[in-house]
Design a protein around this ligand. Sequence first.
Ligand SMILES: Cc1cn([C@H]2C[C@H](O)[C@@H](COP(=O)(O)OP(=O)(O)OP(=O)(O)O)O2)c(=O)[nH]c1=O
Length: 211
Amino acid sequence: MTHPDAPRPDHPAGGASAVPGRLILGSASPRRLELLAQIGIRPDAILPADIDETPRRGEDARDYTARMAREKAMAIAERAQGTILCADTSVVAGRQILGKPADADEAARFLRLLSGRRHRVLTAVALHHGGRLHERLVPTTIRLRPLSAAEIQAYVASGEWQGKAGGYGIQGRAGSFVLWLQGSYSAVVGLPLAETAMLLAHAGISEGARP
Ligand SMILES: Cc1cn([C@H]2C[C@H](O)[C@@H](COP(=O)(O)OP(=O)(O)OP(=O)(O)O)O2)c(=O)[nH]c1=O
C-alpha cells in the first residue's frame, strides 16, 4: 500500500518488512521522485544505491550509462525485495562522459565545453522485477546557445549545477541555455516517463492499478 508520507531516503525496505510487489525507487534524486509523482506513481520506499560511478577505461557512453542503472538496481536487489526502479543520466560531449561536477571549477569547465554546441544526454532505466532486469536507454540530443564567461560564472554561482550531470539542470535557469532538444525532456531531468511507465506497466504497476 502506498502512503503520502511513506517515501523517505532512510526508509528501511529490506529484511522481514520487504514485500515482493512493492515499488522501491532506488534513487537519492528528488527529481526522479517528482517525475514519478507526475505520472501518479508513488514508491513504497526509497533506497539510494551507493555505487562506484567511475567509467571504465575506454567504456562507451551508452554502455557506461546502462551499466550504472543496472548496478544501482543490482545493489538494491541484494538488500531489499520488491520491484526496484533505478536510473542513471550522463551528459556526453564528443567522446567525453560528463558526470556530476566535483566542484564549481569543474562545473564551469563542463559549461564551457557545452557552450554553443550539440551534445547528448543519455538516461538509462533499470527495473528489477521478478528476479529479472528490464532495461531501457533513452538518448536525447541538445544544443545549447553560446554562453558568455559572465553567464557561466553567474550560473555556477547559483549552485544549480550541483548534483547534475554535465553541470546544468534544464528544468531550472539553464532552461534558457537550450536552443533545441530532440528526444525526451523527462529523460534529461532524470527519468524518461514514457519508457518508465511502460516498464512499470509490464510489472503490473500503473497509476490506475495502485491504491
Ligand atoms: C542534464 C541534467 C541532469 N540532471 C540530473 C538528473 C540526475 O539526478 C543527475 C545525474 O546523476 P545520476 O547519477 O544519474 O543520479 P543521482 O546521483 O542524482 O541520483 P541516484 O543515482 O541516486 O538516482 O543529473 C538534471 O536534473 N537536469 C539536467 O538537465
